[in-house]
Design a protein around this ligand. Structure first.
Ligand code: NAD
Ligand code: TYD
Length: 380
């Protein structure tokens, strides 16, 4: 998988020079491949600190593009930011870089404040310095901030889905740090006139997702015969979107969205965790049935010996402060930007499982390092 296929093109009005922060992470890497495939004339500069979640291998293939640059560095490094803005004459920032895993934020919140709040502020300050009140500033600029539905808090069963007007009510340190960053982005528009947009998206899944998040973790554990840990009773609900649809939504906000505005992006696809895990189990059983060669490749998978993958499901202690339900109302993006997700959950999940089956070396490599140490420290 090196490009994200099959999306309607949004006509481009001019060449851009983009800074993509966090471009070596899950959504950032998908976005960079997507953008490079659809906008080959644009310059893409990736800035990534390569934390445990960042993986330069996620960007492989792009080095063949003549106008692609990778910088290993921190979004809080103001000197580095100034030099990148000047050297590449950046006119667009797409800001993905973040600490992104709720469980980590519960155990080690400091890094979330540092990157998501302080780091975002450094980036805003650098953009303001480069773009506002200078003769050599680009005629048009855009700072796009990638955020999450988790800033809106949690929903009950009968509550309407989150709209752009839902009051913020973040519950985890992760959500609170993202909420703070959203407010800073808004303030830089309101106070200084920085041309910003923000998108708040529901849970993503797809290629390159670090196997600490629900869907890739369950796939990897199913293939390696490890327990499938379901928090609490598995009734918590998330609204799932295939990552390529998120990339397309961001493209639409960047190209068609109004400056200073917020757009919710989602998939109208609410599922409870236990249903997701059962669904993954059934699909893995089916794919092992259809492809007998998989048994030799993944001998520890129950499906390799004709057992049901669901035998691995294990209910474990619930997450602290676990939000019960998220749901996105994407009406604004649908009506104003013509946004519509192209993958449904069946096709997206099948693609994701196929990608994980075909990229065993990728997930083994990313799971060998700090993740295992962290998991051991906090969950044994
Ligand atoms: P990820 O954890 O997979 O990737 C984050 C990337 O940011 C990594 O490459 C990491 O190395 C980099 N990074 C971290 N700290 C950095 C720093 N200080 N300087 C530079 N780079 C740094 O995250 P993701 O799932 O791809 O999420 C990307 C963005 O999308 C985040 O802002 C997240 O809040 C948002 N988001 C994610 C989801 C989801 O379901 N994953 C949903 C909605 C919004
Ligand atoms: P996650 O993928 O961490 O995303 P988020 O917390 O940002 O929504 O978790 C998705 C849901 O799955 C969440 O309700 C927690 C649950 N979950 C489990 O039940 N077991 C797990 O091992 C993980 C990682 C998550």
């Amino acid at each position: 998988m090196r490009t994200v296929p099959g999306f309607r093109f949004v006509t481009q009005k001019s060449m851009r020079s983009l800074l993509v922060t966090g471009g070596a992470g899950f959504i950032g890497a998908n976005f960079v491949h997507y953008w490079a495939a659809n906008y080959p004339q644009d310059r893409i500069v990736v800035l990534d600190a390569l934390t445990y979640a960042g993986n330069i291998a996620n960007l492989s293939g792009l080095e063949q593009n003549s106008d692609y640059y990778f910088t290993h560095g921190d979004i809080a490094d103001t000197e580095l930011l100034s030099s990148l803005f000047a050297e590449h004459k950046l006119d667009t920032v797409v800001h993905f870089a973040a600490e992104s895993h709720v469980d980590r934020s519960i155990h080690e919140p400091d890094a979330f404040i540092q990157t998501n709040v302080i780091g975002t502020h450094s980036l805003l300050r650098a953009a303001r310095e480069a773009w506002l009140g200078r003769d050599d500033a680009p005629a048009i600029h855009r700072f796009h901030h990638v955020s999450t539905d988790e800033v809106y808090g949690t929903l009950g069963a009968d509550d309407p889905a989150f709209t752009e007007r839902t009051p913020y009510s973040p519950n985890s340190p992760y959500a609170a740090s993202k909420a703070a960053s959203d407010h800073l982005v808004r303030a830089y528009h309101h106070t200084y006139g920085l041309q910003v947009t923000t998108s708040n998206c529901s849970n993503n899944y797809g290629p390159f997702q670090f196997p600490e998040k629900l869907i890739p973790l369950m796939i990897v554990n199913a293939l390696t015969g490890k327990p499938l840990p379901v928090y609490g009773d598995g009734s918590n609900i998330r609204d799932w979107l295939y990552v390529a649809d998120h990339c397309h939504g961001i493209e639409l906000v960047l190209t068609e969205g109004l400056v200073g505005e917020v757009y919710n992006i989602g998939g109208n696809n609410e599922r409870c965790n236990l249903d997701i895990v059962n669904d993954i189990c059934r699909r893995i059983d089916a794919v092992f049935n259809a492809r007998p060669n998989l048994a030799a490749l993944f001998p520890d998978a129950p499906a390799a010996s004709g057992q049901q993958t669901e035998s691995l499901i294990t209910f474990v202690k619930d997450r602290l402060g676990h939000d019960w339900r998220y749901a996105i109302d994407a009406t604004r993006a649908e009506t104003e930007l013509n946004y519509a997700p192209q993958d449904n959950f069946d096709s997206g999940l099948d693609r994701t499982i196929d990608w994980m089956l075909a990229n065993e070396s990728w997930w083994r490599a990313v799971m060998d390092g700090s993740y295992r140490d962290w998991l051991k420290k906090n969950y044994t």
